[in-house]
Design a protein around this ligand. Structure first.
Ligand code: ADP
Ligand code: MG
Length: 140
């Protein structure tokens, strides 16, 4: 496993890091995005989708629907598990269908459903809050 740290990132630099990481992703990849509320997970996903699809589709936290899909090549699935308290509640949501060899799947709050992510998922933790610079830890 390779591990990397990017530190002192302002918002634009965090977006640029997401765009660089986007270039390394292949269909079938899963990305676990950890960090506190307001750390910048959704900001990261927005930059990733823009870099991969070249468009400015609205990317927000799919908090109430848990799952959002951005059509493009490849399609990007965006899960936000923040509101899942009990893994048993999640069973009927069919979230495993958001993963597949033809798409990239990005998951905010992956620790809410530890069994959902495939073993080979790339793990990114964002640290920092408010207007402070962010630190990204990447394990792949
Ligand atoms: N360096 C930075 N990197 C990322 N976001 C930042 C940074 N500085 C300020 N922000 C702001 O912090 C907020 C992060 O919100 P969001 O991406 O929704 O977080 P999360 O999805 O982790 O809860 C945004 O309003 C963003 O503009
Ligand atoms: Mg979010």
């Amino acid at each position: 496993m390779a591990s990397d740290v990017l530190d002192f990132l302002d918002r634009d630099q965090l977006g640029a890091a997401a765009a660089r990481i986007a270039k390394t992703l292949r269909p079938g990849d899963a990305l676990a995005l950890s960090g506190d509320l307001g750390a910048g997970k959704t900001t990261f996903v927005r930059a990733l989708v823009r870099a991969m699809h070249g468009s400015d589709v609205p990317v927000s936290s799919p908090t109430f629907i848990f799952r959002q899909r951005y059509d493009g090549t490849p399609p990007i699935e965006h899960l936000d598990l923040y509101r899942i308290d009990d893994p048993a509640d999640a069973a009927e949501l069919g979230l495993e269908e958001a993963f597949g060899p033809d798409r990239i799947t990005v998951v905010e709050w992956p620790e809410r459903l530890p069994g959902l992510l495939p073993a080979g998922a790339i793990r990114i933790r964002i640290e920092g809050a408010g207007d402070e610079p962010r630190r990204l830890q990447i394990e792949r």
